[in-house]
Write a new protein. Sequence first.
Lengths: 385, 329
Amino acid sequence: MTKLTEHPDANLLAAFMEHALSGAERMSVLGHLADCARCREIVFLAQEAAGKEAAQQAAVKPVKVRARWMSWSVAVVSAVLLATVGVTSWQVYERTHKPDGNVSPETVAKVMPEPNPAMNTGGNTANHPGNTANERNHTQANQVLNNTSVHAGFSAPAVAVTQAPAPLAEEKEAKKGAEINRPLGATSAAPGTLREDHPASQYEPAPPARSLIGQEQMARQDKVQRAVTAERYSQQPLTASYKSEQQAVTAQAAPAEMKTATVDVTTATQPVLETTPKSYNGTMAEPLRVRAYQSFALPDGKPAVSQLEQSGKIYALDKSGKLFVSADGGTSWREMNKQWKGKAVKLTRETAAADAVLLWNDKGKQWVSRDGGESWQPYTAPKNQ
Amino acid sequence: MLANSERLEQLGLPAGALELLAKSWCAAHGAGTELEPDLQPTDGFLRFAADVVAIAGRFRFGAAEHLPATEKQKLAFLSAMKLDDLLLARECAEGRAEAWERFMLLYRETLYSAAYGITRSEERGRELADSLYAELFGLKEKDGERQSPLRYYHGRGSLAGWLRSVMAQRYVDGYRATKREVAIEEGEEFADARGFDASEERASAGGGQLEHAIEAEMAALDAEQRFLLASYFIDGRTLKQVAGLLGVHESTVSRQVTKLAEQLKRRVGKRLQKEGLSQRQVEEMMEVDVRDLEIPLKKILQGEPRAAYREQGGSAQAGEIAKGGGADD
C-alpha cells in the first residue's frame, strides 16, 4: 500500500466515498484518513450532505408514482370512453342507415348473426354486424390499403335522401371523435347527394377528439379516409348539372341470400367505376350500380381480408391466406389451389391487362392470374411502372 | 500536420474506448450515438479524448505499480470513469454557455443542498455555495485563461460527489483557519488542564509501558481498522455513518468495533505480561477502562503518540493540545 504523502484531493475523496477506487488506492486513502482528522471530517460532512440530498429525492418519488398511476388511470378511462363512444356511434349509425326502411337494425342483426355463404353482402367485411367498431374500422383500413377497388371506398350502405342523417347526430359524432368509428369513406348519404347536402369543406372529416390511446391508428385512418375522399371526388366536379340529376337513392332490400345495398346513379355524372359487374344474378340492370360492400361470408367462416372484383368474378382472401373465387356474386365460393409461396395477403389488379389479377404474399412477391384464378404464375412488374 | 483521426489513433485508446468517448460526446452535443468512422473527429473531441487518456494514465489505468495495464484493464478503467460528467466539467471550465446551462440544471440543487447540509445554516450555506459557484465559473483569470476548479475534476467519482467534497474542504479549512484549532473534544482539553485522574496516573505509572504496548498493537492493525477506531471513538461518528463510508452494513461495523476493542485490550495485556508484568499488575493497569484508553489512543491515532504521552505525563496546557491536535495540517 502506498502511503499518501499529502492530503487526498476532492477527486480521490469523492471516488473513495463512491467506492470507485481500486483496492490499493482505497487502502492508501484509508491509511491517510485513519491518521488525519481533517480529511475524516471532510468525508463525513460530504457523505452527510449526500445522504440528505438522497433523502430529499426519495421523498419526491411517491409523487412520480402517483403521476404514473394517474397516467394509467387516465388511459384506462379514455379507453372506456372510446369504447362507449364507439358503441354509441354504431347504434346511431345503425339507426340512420337502415338497409330497408321496414327492417329495423335489430331484425337485421338477428338475420345476420353468423356468416352465411348464401348472403351476398357485396364484400365489405367491415360492416359485419358481428364486428366491433374497431374491428370494422381496422378491416376497412386494410381493405382500402390492400385493394385499389373503388368499391372499397363505398363502404356504407346507401340510404335514401330522405333519410339523410340528422345534422345533430353527425355533429355529435364529430364532436365525440366518432370519425374513427365512421366507416372509411362513408357518409350518411349516397355519394350523389353528398356534395349538395354537405359542402366539400364539410366533407373533409373534422379532426376527431384525440384520446390517449389509439392516436396512431386514428391518424392512419384519417389519412386513408382523406385519400379515399379525394379519389372519389376527383372526377366529380360540383356543377349545377350535377345537382339537377336524379338523386333517387334507394336502398334495395337484398334477397335473403344477398345482403347488398346498391345505389342507382346516373351514368353521366357518376365516377367511372373500374369494374362493372357484367351480370349479377340478372337483378342488376343498367345503369351502373355501385356496390355497397358488406361482409363476405367465405366458406371457411373467416372474413375476407382482401377482395377484388374482376371480369365478373369476385376474388377474396381470408385471414389464413386462402383464395376463394366466386363467379356468382358471392353466392358460392370455390377455394383455389395454392400456387404461390408464402401467405397470400393482398389482391390487386394488374394495370396492364384488364383481366389479370395480382396476388401478393407476405414477402411482397406477386403472382398473376389471367384465367380467373385457375392458374397463377410468378409476376414481375414491367419496368415502366 | 497530422489529421485528427491520426492524432486520435496516436492516443493509444484501447479497443472499445473510442465508442465510450463518442457516446458521451454525442450525447452531450445532441448528435446520434452512432460513431461514424468516416468522419474526422473534431478538435473538441480530440481534446476530450486526450484529456481522458492523460487522467487515466496518471492512475496507470488502475493497474498495480510497476505493472503495465492490459487492454482489458484500460477499458475497464475508462468504463468506470464518469465520462459524461468529465465532459461537462471540461466544457464548463472552457466557459461554454450551453454547458453552464446544463450544469446549473443538473447541479444547482446539489450545490445548495450540500452547502446547507454541511454548514447546517441557510445563511452560511448560501454564502458557501455562492462563493464556490463563482470560483467554479472561473471569475479568476491567469494569463488570459479562465481558472476554474472544474479543470481539475478527473471523473473517477461523480461530479456531484466532487462538488460535495470540494465544498466540505472549503468549509473545514475555512473553519479551522478562523478558529485556529482542530476539532477536539472540550472534555479532553479540560481534563488535561485539570490534571490526572486515578486511571491516568496508573497509566503513566506504568512508565509508558501501556502506551508503548498500545502503540505497538495499533501499528499492527490495518488502515481500515484504524480508521474504524478513529471514526468511532475519536470522531464520535455513528455506526451508520462509518458503515456508509466503508460500504458495509451497520451491524458489520458494530461487530468490528466491539471485536477490535476487545482484541486490542487482550493483545495489550499479553504484551505487558510478556514484558514481565504479572497478571494482577496487568489487570490493575487495564482497569483503565477501554474508554479511558481513548486518551492515549486519540493521540496515537492523531499521529503524535510521543507528544501525547508527554502531555499526559506532565502538566497539560490547552494551547499545546490545540497545536498537537492539528494532525497533518
